[in-house]
Ligand binder design. Sequence first.
Ligand SMILES: Nc1ncnc2c1ncn2[C@@H]1O[C@H](COP(=O)(O)OP(=O)(O)O)[C@@H](O)[C@H]1O
Ligand SMILES: [Mg+2]
Length: 349
Amino acid sequence: MGNPFKFGTIVDGQYFTDRTKELQYVEQILQSENHLVLISPRRFGKSSLVNKALEQTTRKHIVINMQSVTSVQNFASRLMGALFRLYPGEKMKHLMTHFRVVPTVSTNPMTGSVDVSFNPSMNSDVILEDAMELLQKVSTEKNRLIVVLDEFQEIDGIKGFDKQLRSIMQTQQHINYVFLGSQESMMESIFEKKKSPFYHFGQLMRLAKIPYEDFKQYVAERLNEELAEEILAFTDCHPYYTQQIAAQVWDLVNYEHEETDLIPKAIERLVTLHDLDFERLWLNFNKSDRRVLQELSKSVGNNPLSDRSFPTSTTFSILKKLMRQGYVIKTDRYEIEDPFFRRWVMERG
Ligand SMILES: Nc1ncnc2c1ncn2[C@@H]1O[C@H](COP(=O)(O)OP(=O)(O)O)[C@@H](O)[C@H]1O
Ligand SMILES: [Mg+2]
């Protein structure tokens, strides 16, 4: 048997746990004419959740990760590449009769993937409009297309793209858009700020960590209850880090035949593994950042901001900055995102 824990990429099947209510909610929105905006810190399981919802539908769907989109043209190319995969051959040709700019389409015979590109001198507004029009053409009231835009906050890196996209999307019908985003403050300003083109464009949903009891059972079934409790005490139910340390513990038991102090050993392995990265990170923080991180590293389980000696406006703005950068997350309290980094900071403290 191989390692029963998985971390890093989308999980499903035996690696996927809980999220029943969330899944139901996602499905409910997809069955309506509304769009979904799903927000959480990175590695909480957004992509996995939406992937699961897509697996359970027979409807056609496209997923584009905005992190790898470099320009408006590039976005249009990707959309079309995805559509070619859904509708191979003649059907696409037929659908593209409205195109004002003719793309170059090539198929990779090894992977079967389709590559679409446009002449870079062509007007990108026109290209985007034509490509988006295709989505509309393949969508009907009975067979609504689902378009997932993952890491959507990255749209901010392409100037004016949000306005352009929104002005097209708002005229469309029978398409469900799903926007996923990891940088909470950016996603909030995209969808919650009155001036933003995407203001209140979709139903907002926040994904939390996996509930304790459920995650404990998942880990315990693959290790044992005592280890599960110890692991979750360290990771505080963070989906990714829980799977990561559990995988390490499983290796220690099954490949190295360790029997004692499994959690401390696993933690030490992983902290050591990342020591260089943590060191580099630390050097890039200024003194006040470091002070706040040190405070947070000590306060597992209670809220440093409820401690009256802690919250000054300076501290608060540092916390906000660290959150924007992804080093700190806010759940029911402020915490260092990575429990291994937290441990590293604590050991130095
Ligand atoms: N439902 C789940 N059950 C168990 N582990 C999960 C679940 N969702 C996410 N994870 C863990 O978190 C990791 C990151 O998930 P992912 O869907 O990529 O998160 P996000 O898209 O929010 O960054 C996965 O590789 C897996 O280890
Ligand atoms: Mg993701």
